[in-house]
Write a new protein. Sequence first.
Length: 366
Amino acid sequence: MTDYRELESEALARIDAAADLAALDALRVEYLGKQGSVSSLLKSLGAMAPDERQAKAPAIQALRQAVADALAGRKDAMEAAGLEARLATETVDLTLPAPEMPRGSVHPVSQVMDELAEIFADLGFSVATGPEIEDDWHNFSALNMPESHPARAMHDTFYFPDQAEQGGRMLLRTHTSPVQIRTMVSQGAPVRIIAPGRVYRSDSDATHTPMFHQVEGLVIDRDIHLGHLKWTLETFLRAFFEREDIVLRLRPSYFPFTEPSVEVDVGFALENGKRVLGGSGDEAGHGWMELLGSGMVNRRVIEMSGLDPDEWQGFAFGVGVDRLAMLKYGMDDLRAFFDGDVRWLKHYGFSFLDQPTLSAGVGARA
Ligand code: PHE
C-alpha cells in the first residue's frame, strides 16, 4: 500500500523534469494511458474483494488525481513559457504597410459616363434611361424611319421572334435615340436630358463591336435653335477634354429624325503620330475628325411624341462613349474594352475614389 507514495513521487519528479510537450505526453501515456501503470492499478480494483477495494481505492484515486494534476500543471507552465518566449523574440512592426487587398477598378466606359453626367448636370441636364430590348416603333418608326426606310439598313441589329401581341417586333436598340421619344411621351416638354447606355448593331471589327455605348442628348423648349446646339456641344467637349482650344466644324448631314442634321467634327493636331484634340483642323499639320451626329429635332418626331411642333423645338445629339474614352485616355483597340482582361482594367481602370467633379477636373486620376 505504501508503494503508491513512491510511484507518485517518481511520477511527479519525472513530470517536473520533462523537457518538452512531447516528453510530457509520453509520460501521460505511460501513467494514465490505456495500458498505463496508474490505469492498471485502477483496473485492478475491480478484481479485489470489497474490503480490500474499500481500503485501497482512496489511495489509488488520489494517486491518479495527483499525476493528472501534475501533468496539467506542467503543460500549462510549458505553454505559458512558450508564449513568453515568442513575445520576447517576435515583435510586431506596426509601421509596416498593411497587406494589399485585391481591389477592382472602374471601367473607363463607366468613368466617362460619370464624367458626362457631371458635365451635363452643371448645364441643367438630368439623366434618362430606356430599355435595351426596344420595340420597332421607338427605335425606328417614331424616329421618322418607317418600315422599309433605307436608313434602317445602316442600323442592322438583332431581332427577337415576332411577338405581335406585344405591339410588334422587339429588337436590341441600335442607338439611344429611342430615349428621346420615351422622354417626350412620358414627361412632355420642356426637356433637358442625356441618356447614356448600351446599344447594338451587327457589326464587328477593330473599331466596331456588336455592343457599344452611346450618350444621347435632347433639349426641347421654346425658341431653341442651332446656336444652342453648337454652344452646348462646345461647352461639353471643352469640359470633357479639359481644353479651351477645342474647335468644332459643323457639317451638313442627314438623319431621318433631325432636320437640319449636322455631323460634328473636331480639329486635332498630329503629335508624335498621335492625334491630339485642339485647334482648328484647317491649320497646317492638323485635321478634322468626325465625332458625333446631331441636329434640330425633326418636327415630325416632336409630333409623333405627342407635342405641338409649332410650340416646341429642340436639338438632339448622339455620341459614342467608347470613342470618347479612347480619345481621352489613349486606348487604340475598341475590342479590348469588352475582353474583360484584368490586366487591361488594371492599366486603364479608375479608382472608385476618383469621382469626377468639375472642380477637381472631370478626368482627374487618383
Ligand atoms: N442616333 C444617331 C446614331 O446612332 C446619332 C444621332 C443622335 C444623330 C441624335 C442625330 C441626333 O447614329
